[in-house]
Design a protein around this ligand. Sequence first.
Ligand code: FAD
Length: 462
Amino acid sequence: MSKEIKTQVVVLGAGPGGYSAAFRAADLGLDVTLVEARDTLGGVCLNVGCIPSKALLHVAKVIDDAKEMASHGVSFGAPEIDLDKIRAWKDKVVGQLTKGLDGMAKMRKVKVVNGYGKFTGANTLQAGDTTITFEHAIIAAGSEPVALPFIPKDDRVIDSTGALELKDIPGEMLVLGGGIIGLEMGTVYRALGSKVSVVEFADQLVPAADADIVKAYTKFNSKNFNIMLSTKVVGVEAKKDGLYVTFEGKNAPEKAVRYDKILVAVGRKPNGNLMDAAKAGVNVDERGFINVDKQLRTNVKHIHAIGDVVGQPMLAHKAVHEGHVAAEVIAGMKHYFDPRGIPSVAYTDPEMAWVGVTEKEAKEQGLKYEAATFPWAASGRAIASARTEGFTKLIFDKETHRIIGGAIVGINAGEMLGEIGLAIEMGADAEDIALTIHAHPTLNESIGLAAEIYEGSITDLP
Ligand code: FAD
């Protein structure tokens, strides 16, 4: 039987952007309907992204740490891998969080409609057999993995969602694309026993990050992965005994190489073209992105858009903050989205994390800046953890000495980054950071010490 709903705010898509917008709008007293095509709330991030990947990376870390302990006098023996149990544990983590969202929606009386929503007019939407009439809409439709047309359709060619299913542990695996998602999943499969090769078209892995950060990561991982930079895949032939891949470029193998599985991780494309946005008068560009202003408004005043569908960086926390702003603007608050820095973290081993302006961006923008770096070879905590490959870098405005960016490579870099983000948002200068007493011995000390180096009060580093 068809249903009709009249609502003040309809939110299309229940990922981090959508559920955050819906919950904030409901908390501000608005009547909200949340439309989601999946059976569970949470979008890509909770179901097939951030959360399951981190559950598997936790497994990988314990395996690696246990192996490493042998050189410090404790041997655990070879790990016994039970894929069914690992998968069940990952699914339990996901289930706990998505169910938590159900409860949060109920508590706020947010109506959840299960179905693929499409606009039928400027104030109407159809999701399955439900017709929704709305005053305001927030499009939070997210993104999906990019597929490469020249690669044959084959069960052994997977994307990030397929990789998270963890069907088996391939002997030889090729990760096509050396960005964050490819490297994170490569880390998981490598720890579980696969021999992993990574091919990247650019001359460094994670092209968005500063070269020095990535260099430290790449050096540490040269024994873990076969890394082919400045190289591209030009053909894949699916044969019975494997996938034969031909390469071109600086580090291309001469002959086709056989792999058991290929993980295609070459980026994500926005879902803007799939919901008949034109019927509501909303402009979507040819790639599927929806253009918005600082209040996350589309070209149609009462329709907002947030998250991956509005552009880079495609990150969950960016979607959440945009969702909050969109809901607050609809509720009549004078807010806008203008962060000084959106943190980026590769949860690899070691982690790579950066926030604010990178050195690369500072150069491109012609900013007058200075950088100070504290090498972890001089950190007591890093030495005690046998992980001295990292460093902490702070980037300052040359005139005001205010911090404008920072990057860390090393274990726990993602957790440490928050302090730098806060310093940037608060307009802290080098002296503020240097005078902040950091606990000893922590890796966080390296942030204070980098500021001290910049101030000139440390000059005797190794
Ligand atoms: P999404 O999470 O993509 O959610 C959109 C939802 O809308 C989907 O559930 C979809 O089914 C639904 N939808 C779309 N169109 C319609 C429609 N017309 N009707 C009804 N429903 C619709 N980001 C991080 O910040 N940290 C990480 O560690 C991280 N790890 C990741 C790991 C992987 C493997 C992947 C793939 C991504 C990762 N990301 C990470 C990125 C992160 O998942 C996204 O940036 C985030 O999910 C974007 O949120 P969103 O709300 O814009 O959209």
